[in-house]
Structures are given as structure tokens and as C-alpha cells.
Write a protein that binds this ligand. Sequence first.
Ligand SMILES: *[C@@H]1O[C@H](CO)[C@@H](O)[C@H](O)[C@H]1NC(C)=O
Ligand SMILES: *[C@@H]1O[C@H](CO)[C@@H](O)[C@H](O)[C@H]1NC(C)=O
Ligand SMILES: *[C@@H]1O[C@H](CO)[C@@H](O)[C@H](O)[C@H]1NC(C)=O
Ligand SMILES: *[C@@H]1O[C@H](CO)[C@@H](O)[C@H](O)[C@H]1NC(C)=O
Ligand SMILES: *[C@@H]1O[C@H](CO)[C@@H](O)[C@H](O)[C@H]1NC(C)=O
Ligand SMILES: *[C@@H]1O[C@H](CO)[C@@H](O)[C@H](O)[C@H]1NC(C)=O
Length: 647
Amino acid sequence: MSLLRFGCVLLLLFGHSLGVPRSFSVDYKNDCFQKDGKEFRYISGSIHYSRIPRVYWKDRLLKMYMAGLNAIQTYIPWNYHEESPGRYNFSGDRDVEYFLKLAQDIGLVVILRPGPYICAEWDMGGLPAWLLNKKDIVLRSSDPDYIAAVDKWMGKLLPILKPYLYQNGGPIITVQVENEYGSYFACDYNYLRHLSKLFRSHLGDEVVLFTTDGAGLGYLKCGSIQDLYATVDFGPGANVTAAFDAQRHAEPHGPLVNSEFYTGWLDHWGSHHSVVSSTIVAKSLNEILAVGANVNLYMFIGGTNFGYWNGANAPYGPQPTSYDYDAPLTEAGDLTEKYFAIREVIKMYRKIPEGPIPPTTPKYAYGTVVMEKLQTISDALEKLSFSGPVKSIYPQTFTELNQAFGYVLYRTALPVDCSTPTPLSSPLNGVHDRAYVSVDGVAVGILERNKAITVNVTGKAGSQVDILVENMGRINYGREINDFKGLVSNLTLGKDTLLGWTMYSLSIDEAVSQGLLGELKPTDAPQPAALSLPAFYEGSFIIPDGIPDLPQDTYIKLPKWRKGQVWINGFNLGRYWPSRGPQVTVFVPANILSTAAPNNVTVLELEGAPCDSGPCSVEFTTTPILNATVQSDYKQHRRLFAKDDLF
Ligand SMILES: *[C@@H]1O[C@H](CO)[C@@H](O)[C@H](O)[C@H]1NC(C)=O
Ligand SMILES: *[C@@H]1O[C@H](CO)[C@@H](O)[C@H](O)[C@H]1NC(C)=O
Ligand SMILES: *[C@@H]1O[C@H](CO)[C@@H](O)[C@H](O)[C@H]1NC(C)=O
Ligand SMILES: *[C@@H]1O[C@H](CO)[C@@H](O)[C@H](O)[C@H]1NC(C)=O
Ligand SMILES: *[C@@H]1O[C@H](CO)[C@@H](O)[C@H](O)[C@H]1NC(C)=O
Ligand SMILES: *[C@@H]1O[C@H](CO)[C@@H](O)[C@H](O)[C@H]1NC(C)=O
């Protein structure tokens, strides 16, 4: 230890006397990082700008700085910036340059993880779904089509980032290549080598490139190559010595780095909310810092999977809208006991900045909003399907229909009389991911990937069968990331394959924000109580006068509603599914609310709203509920804390 310090101090004196420019490097001799010729150790926290409204970036970064962190880590989700090939978006909430500038202004350096794959419980691990236009593409490998797309994207992205490298005057000290590649089956060293060369060609020879893998030799084997500094990730409760021994196996010298120290854990619909105690987080963090290691706390603030951005794990288990993660700052950026516990630990190793910590942002309960039923999806088809229907004998996937997210309506007719209940099935489990089935305007059942492959139907030959298929989020981890959506295999009725499909790509977000949805026609068939047709509902509320500092953040709660999507003023807040849990409330950031006009709440309820038999409402509350497990069935298959992986 003392030798190590001596070496670094010498370099410092030497460096300063020569007036060296800004520099950042790995010091293999002294097992540390060097920043401007001085020994440097980072204590970092993960924050994903794509999960936080831009207006709150500064508040969250400042809270991280005040916790004693000197660095942040963020991912760049490719699919967030290039939603369709060659159409890039770096503005508003996607303005990553502005995010980097804010971090630097506040005094935080940045550990950047630009992918191309990021995992992150984000749709398809950040890869754009349009990569699946080549049906048998091998993602995260040397597949030439994949490489061509990566080269083009990185050719756009990396030149934007280059001025923000530390040595060029910016905040970025290190850049991760790929993400836990050693956990992926392909184990394609040529791919990693290609990325390494690609990153160097755009960013230069000086930048510190690194990889991150589980803290076990099995992961490091396929995850690390020469020229990329190998780091590990592990959570509280792991044997810190053993975990860093694994890193030492790949990197005999250089700084010890835990790139993902888990402060909490992810959730899935239908399983219990993950909670990790502050005590165990603080204890493990202390052990990591005591051995002189660098650490990144994943997550420091999780934020929200707005819209359709959540991912899923395999066997298929989608993640909810909230990415609270039980992190030290809540989804809404609130200070927690864990925040202060972590701050106390950091205090023992670094001088903590003085001055007030920005307070928890106030919340406001706007009360109850009465909702009225608008059209069903089937009624509103003309307004929702901008491009008109596509016809084919067999069903097509979302990809074939050129739709990335949301919902597609598949329509066909019963080929024969079904006077007795006849099974309508997806024998190959090809409903990706959930389908709402109706016959002649009457809801008859729900199909769900891995859970329900058959519903019984009755009806005369020629009856209209409408199947609304929901993409609940693409798998973001493992070998099943080529996750096609829609009806990905044929449906059968009895023994026959259903043929002759008319498919409607639905532009629901556009229709909602343009206010295109009309009122319910009274001619709609009455629905059986158990289930009703997927339909829109709308209500509005006014922000009261005379109360200072409104609008404020809030949470929307949909008591007795079952499953769907919710928008306010056209902003897609995400999915709600209180009938499965654990998440019950959906975070509503103040920046989408208006004091100038009534605020419009739009709900797409897929299974049955409480207003099908009378008036119904939604509520705004100041307290989040993320832990109300209603139905627990999802088996956790992803490793938790990598505890079992050590040697
Ligand atoms: C780019 O993204 C921002 C933030 O999500 C959004 O407001 C804007 O409409 C997008 N621009 C385009 C051209 O899609
Ligand atoms: C932690 O791992 C080290 C190195 O493998 C081992 O010597 C030590 O006994 C372990 N500690 C515990 C508490 O298991
Ligand atoms: C369909 O109906 C058959 C015969 O009535 C019954 O045995 C079966 O359980 C039903 N299946 C479903 C999924 O409801
Ligand atoms: C449906 O079945 C036909 C005939 O077997 C087959 O050619 C087609 O690929 C299948 N479609 C899907 C989406 O599986
Ligand atoms: C809500 O919808 C009404 C009617 O379309 C519109 O006049 C109003 O501006 C909308 N409110 C907001 C905040 O966009
Ligand atoms: C949910 O979390 C709240 C707040 O932390 C806690 O009071 C409550 O006991 C939890 N409920 C369950 C079912 O775990």
C-alpha cells in the first residue's frame, strides 16, 4: 500500500512540474488509475439519462455529487437514439451531450457504457429491433450484417462523444466495450477485437477502454481480451477478496474495479418487489473501499421505463414500468435511508462536499379523476392504423409489419361453425407476448406467452376474430435476445391452421397525442362481466390555483383497473398491471403537467375497466406502491449478486 502511494505521488510531482495536459490512464505499476499524473480512485453511481426526464438530470446528478461520489456511470441505448435505420435523435430527453455537460459542470467524471449491447433491463438490451429485419442475424457477433449496422451507428455516435473525453477537456474517463460479453453464448473474440479497433479508430489510442463481466473465471473467459481493461461486477454479500481474485486472474496488475455493485435489484411483473437492506449494502461497500478498489454503485438512481422501454428476462418475464431498483435515490429522485448509509461509508474514504443536499422533490395528490369510455381498439381502427392493413395468408411479425413497439391487431374469420367451445391455440407458444381475443365484438379470452396457449371460442363460420397482440418488452439478456413480437407462429382452430389474416399496425401514441380517439358508440355489443374489449378511456383534471410550486410530481393509481397503458397529455407513462403486481402506482413527473389547460389522462385498458358497469376513476397519490405482489409466479433465473459464481 505505501509503496503504491509513493509511486503515484512521484508521478504527480513529475507531472505537474512539466505542466502536463489532462490525462487519464491505467497505472499497471502501482495498481491504480492516474488522472493528471495523480493517483485516482472513483466512487461512482449509475444513472441512466434515458430513464429520467431531462429537467431532473441536474437535481439527480447534484444529489449524487452530494453523496460523495466523484463519478457517474451511464449507458447509451442504441435503440433510443436510432429508432429506425439512419434516423437519429439526440434531442430533448435524448440529448446525451447535455447530460455529459451537466455532469462535468457539477464536478463528476463519467464512465461511459455506449454498448452496442447494454442489457440494462432495457428493450432488447438496447439493440434496435430493426436489426431483426435479417431474420437469422446473430446479434453480438461477427455476423456481417450486425457488424455493418454497429459500424454505422458507432461512426455516428463516437465522433459526437470524442470531444467529451477527459483528455480532450470533457468528463469521460473510461469507455466500456460491449457489456458482460462473457455471459453470452457466442464467445466471439473477433467481434470483441473488432469493437476494440472500432472504438480506438474513433476515440484515439489514449482512451481507457474496458470490459465488465461477472466475477468468475467462467465469465471472464469470453468477456475479456487484450487492450480492454477487464473489470468485474458483484453485489453485496459476495466475498470481496474472492471476487477481486477473479479480476486479478484476468488483470494481474492495474486498479481493482467493481463496475456494478448492486444497491438493490430488478423486478418482474408477477414476482415480489426486490429489496436489499442498507446495512448489507453499506457493509459490502466498506469492504470494497477498504481494499482500495474503484466502485460503481448500480443503480444509484434507477428511474422509470417510460413508454415501452422495459426489457424482459428469459424464460419470458417482463420488467415493470418502475426501475426504482430499491436504489439509494428512489424512482422519483427522493433521498432514502440507504442514501445516507452510503454517504456515511464514503465519508470514511473521501472528503464529502459541504453544503445542503437538494431536498426530496415535493409530491401532490391531485385527487380523483372520473374517466369516460371512448372507442374500443376495433372501433377506432381507421384512426389508429395510419398505413392501413396488410393482408397475408399466415400471420406476420411486428418486424415484418415494420412496427417496433406497442400493439398490432390481427384479424381473421372463423373458417367453420364452432357451435361448441373449440380451442383456438398457439401450439408453438408463438404469442409474443399477450393477446386479447374477441369474436364478433365479444371478448373471449387472453393468450399469454409461456402461460396460456389456448382459449375456447364459439361462433358461426365467418365470425370476425380480432386478436390484439401486445409487445410487453423484448428479452434483454441471454441467448434469446432475438425476440420477435406479434404472432410469431401459426394459430390453430381445432386441428386447422387459421389462414387469411388482415393485420393492422397501430400508431396508438400518435393517435393519443393528436386527440383522435372518438367517443363510444352506444351500438357496441354488451360484454360479459369477466372481460371486455380493449378500449380507451379518458378524463381530465385541472391543477388548482393558489397553491405555490404546482405542478409537482405525483403517482397515478388505477384501482380495480387490470392491465394497460397510460398517457398524460400524450406522454406515454408506461404500463400498469396492478392485477399482477408488484407495481401499483405509476410515476408522473411534473414536467408533463400543465397549469394552462386541463390535463388529459388517457388509458388503454386491455382486460376490463371498472367503468364497464358504471362510473370509474383514477387517483393521484403522493405515495408510491411498488411492492404489492398480487400473483407470484416468476422464477428468478438471472444470477443474483453473482454470489455462486466465484470460482
Ligand atoms: C426526439 O426525442 C425527443 C425526446 O424523446 C422527442 O421529444 C422528439 O419528438 C424526438 N424527435 C423526433 C424527430 O422524433
Ligand atoms: C473469501 O475468499 C477468500 C479467497 O478465496 C478465502 O480465503 C476466504 O476464506 C473467503 N472468506 C469467506 C468468509 O468465505
Ligand atoms: C375448453 O373447453 C374444453 C371442453 O369444454 C375444456 O375441457 C377446456 O378446459 C377448455 N379450455 C380452456 C382453455 O378453457
Ligand atoms: C404457418 O404455416 C405455414 C405452412 O406450414 C408455414 O409455411 C409458415 O411459415 C407458418 N407461419 C408461421 C408464422 O409460422
Ligand atoms: C387536453 O385536451 C383538450 C381538448 O383536446 C385541449 O384543449 C387541452 O389543451 C389538452 N391539455 C393539454 C395540457 O394538452
Ligand atoms: C411495502 O413497502 C412499504 C413501504 O416500504 C412497507 O411499509 C410495506 O410493509 C411493504 N409491503 C409489503 C407487502 O411488503
